[in-house]
Design a protein around this ligand. Structure first.
Ligand SMILES: Cc1cc2nc3c(=O)[nH]c(=O)nc-3n(C[C@H](O)[C@H](O)[C@H](O)COP(=O)(O)OP(=O)(O)OC[C@H]3O[C@@H](n4cnc5c(N)ncnc54)[C@H](O)[C@@H]3O)c2cc1C
Length: 288
């Protein structure tokens, strides 16, 4: 289908974009890479009268290390994440996750900020952000606020973003040296969203788990943290029994919907299996 007619705006600065968004209100949508918004407009699930293209805002681009944080501009594309030597060296989980998103066409245009702001439980970055303990910078007419990823995702296509706010930056504490991580994703074919996926960060100390975060993709209305599974591992050696118990506890928090990717039982079982794989691989990558 063809989208309804809309006015196209190209602000050159962030204040200009915020002012436009405030002025145009509910009638306007922000356009980043367009790989979620345009399909929705073509299906007429979204019918904005105005599109505000963020593509010319250079302040929303780039990946840098500031003190103990990695700061990524919201308009940074998946492809730029994948080829970032900073991320490859210091935060390989994002690189591993971004490489599994769709196909090169989507990865050249799709942005980190768009993937998170969209609030789609099928998107991969929300779980990666939960596992990395990220926070998001949201800018609006009233100024700027920084909110943690944990609590940002409220429901399918619902986030803490208020009308009039733009996500400008994603901040990630630099993972400590020796942290192991893995994103295990099951998909039916290249270009598909996850049937289920698990993101894990893990640190070991004196033979026991000293820190672990587990987050799941596409098995509930939002990306989920498997908090009970994390708790079950802390302070213990990571053997097969501990991993199996964590996978079982991760399955307990799943509430998937049945669709062409599988029924509820299958998706829940796959979330457990992805948790098992991600923990096993993260362990093999962690310092002991
Ligand atoms: C065939 C196909 C397969 C895909 N497979 C996957 C997959 O496996 N995993 C995955 O994670 N994604 C997948 N995607 C989605 C893709 O990654 C999108 O690019 C992403 O969801 C949205 O990013 P975008 O930059 O394209 O945002 P857009 O589509 O431009 O915007 C999406 C939404 O976010 C809002 N928005 C965008 N940027 C901001 C901002 N800075 N601040 C506030 N609001 C903002 C927009 O207004 C819009 O509502 C797939 C897409 C396609 C077409």
């Amino acid at each position: 289908m063809i989208p309804r007619p809309f006015e196209y705006h190209v602000p050159r600065t962030l204040p200009e974009a915020i002012a436009l968004l405030g002025e145009l209100g509910d009638e306007a949508k922000l356009l980043a890479g367009g790989h979620s918004l345009l399909p929705m407009m073509k299906l007429r699930f979204a019918e904005p009268g105005h599109l505000i293209d963020l593509g010319k805002l250079s302040e929303l681009k780039g990946i840098r290390e500031v003190a103990s944080e990695i700061r990524i501009g919201a308009m940074t594309t998946e492809n730029e994440l994948i080829w970032s030597t900073l991320l490859q060296a210091k935060c390989p989980l994002i690189v591993e996750g971004a490489r599994q998103i769709s196909d090169p066409q989507v990865r050249y245009r799709g942005t980190l900020g768009g993937d998170i702001s969209h609030g789609d439980p099928g998107n991969d970055h929300p779980a990666l952000m939960l596992a990395l303990d990220a926070s998001f910078v949201l800018a609006g007419g009233q100024g700027e606020r920084v909110v943690p990823a944990d609590g940002f995702f409220l429901g399918t296509y619902m986030t803490l973003l208020e009308p009039g706010e733009i996500m400008t930056e994603i901040r990630i504490p630099v993972p400590q040296a020796g942290t192991g991580s893995c994103y295990a994703k099951l998909k039916r074919k290249t270009g598909d969203f996850a049937t289920a996926a698990a993101a894990v960060t893990l640190r070991m100390s004196n033979g026991a788990v000293s820190d672990v975060r587990i987050a799941l993709t596409n098995v509930a209305p939002t990306a989920l943290r498997a908090a009970a599974a994390e708790q079950s591992l802390l302070g213990k050696p990571l053997d097969e029994a501990a991993i199996a118990e964590a996978a079982r506890l991760a399955m307990d928090v799943c509430e998937p919907v049945a669709d062409l990717r599988g029924d509820i039982e299958y998706k829940t079982a796959m979330a457990g299996e992805m948790t098992r794989r991600a923990l096993t691989t993260a362990y093999s990558r962690a310092a002991h």
